[in-house]
Design a protein around this ligand. Structure first.
Ligand code: IPM
Ligand code: MN
Length: 339
């Protein structure tokens, strides 16, 4: 049988991004997966060099790959040369929206010693709508009468496809349960749409239990009783916030992986660790590659490389030792030895 050679666009990006991405690719290779990479020089460093963020032609090229692996994007903290939103909206969100990566899937496993030790749950975050859609604007800018609005876009279509994905995930999870997290008591229009869609989609998944938490309460439960969760489904902004909190209670975002996916496989999906560029530790061998490696596991599952995905996931789970002592190279070496 000839093996499919997966085409992977690699956006190492800024700070520790290239280091953790290189480590992840090394692990993927060792797991016996055939792939060909092409590097894309995008991110803060590129923007500061020549003003380029992302254009239509590059986006179309990215669409043609089987998958995109991204390290981290962003300037060093305190570097004010790039105004907020330039890279977030111009690069990351442009890829998420332009490639219609409508699911942001973030699985969490509570590592030993963490608040959520032993927990397994995932956040399914809607990834193309909500307050991220960019609805709104500003009037009378800079005057005492300035008006800024920032709406939340929730379409029946967008909510339903997200909720359906959450049920599909829950059906295959150890505990078939979907918890909607929202703020239906205040955001009544959007909340009502999400609640009705949840109830309707549930009819197609009789074996999946459903629950609902207000987002503020969910913040308490994630800290005090994270075992209650299996699959959390929520909107773009709540999902952004909850997944950072989930990262913190399960061991830190050094472990948190994410998959920006179009489950219908229209175009390339994008896999990235939840953490940022951490410019302060660049080149010091202190970057933890486990989040990037776990993101690569999600990529391999998406590409249908289930065996390789499972063996890398096992190596990550069995990983032992002090990440701060082992460092990037020590962690990578241990993973390679476990494969
Ligand atoms: C994330 C990040 C992004 C987001 C930023 C960098 C635009 O925080 O992937 O969670 O808000 O989605
Ligand atoms: Mn975030």
């Amino acid at each position: 049988m000839t093996q499919h050679v997966h085409s992977i666009a690699v956006i190492g990006g800024d700070g520790i991004g290239p280091e953790v991405t290189a480590a992840a690719l090394e692990v993927v290779q060792a797991a016996g997966v055939s792939f060909a990479t092409e590097q894309f020089d995008l991110g803060a460093a590129r923007y500061l060099r020549d003003g380029f963020v992302l254009d239509d032609a590059t986006l179309e090229r990215l669409r043609g790959f089987d998958a995109i692996m991204l390290g981290a994007i962003g300037p060093a903290i305190g570097d004010t040369r790039i105004s907020g939103g330039t890279l977030e909206r111009g690069l990351l969100l442009r890829m998420r929206f332009g490639l219609d990566l409508y699911i942001n899937y973030r699985p969490f496993h509570g590592v030993d010693g963490s608040l959520a030790q032993g927990c397994d749950f995932a956040v399914v975050r809607e990834n193309t709508e909500g307050p991220y859609a960019g609805e709104g604007g500003v009037l009378r800018y800079g005057t005492p009468h300035e008006i800024a609005t920032q709406g939340s876009v929730n379409t029946r279509f967008g909510v339903e496809r997200c909720v359906r994905y959450a049920f599909e995930r829950a059906q295959r999870a150890a505990r078939p349960k979907v918890t909607l997290v929202h703020k239906t008591n205040v955001l009544t229009f959007a909340g009502d749409l999400w609640s009705r869609v949840l109830a309707e989609v549930k009819l197609d998944y009789p074996e999946v239990e459903v629950d609902y938490n207000h987002v503020d309460a969910a913040c308490i439960y994630l800290v005090e009783d994270p075992h209650r969760y299996s699959v959390i489904v929520t909107d773009n902004l709540f999902g952004d916030i909850l997944s950072d909190l989930a990262g913190a209670v399960t061991g830190g975002i050094g472990y948190a992986a994410s998959a920006n996916i179009n489950p219908n496989k229209f175009g390339a999906s994008l896999f990235e660790p939840v953490h940022g560029a951490a410019h302060d530790i660049v080149g010091t061998n202190r970057a933890n590659p486990l989040a990037a490696v776990s993101s690569a596991v999600l990529m391999l599952e998406y590409l249908g490389e289930d065996d390789a995905a499972a063996s890398i996931a096992r190596a990550v789970r069995d990983f032992e030792g002090d990440v701060s002592i082992l460092g990037t190279s020590g962690i990578t070496t241990q993973l390679l030895e476990r494969l």
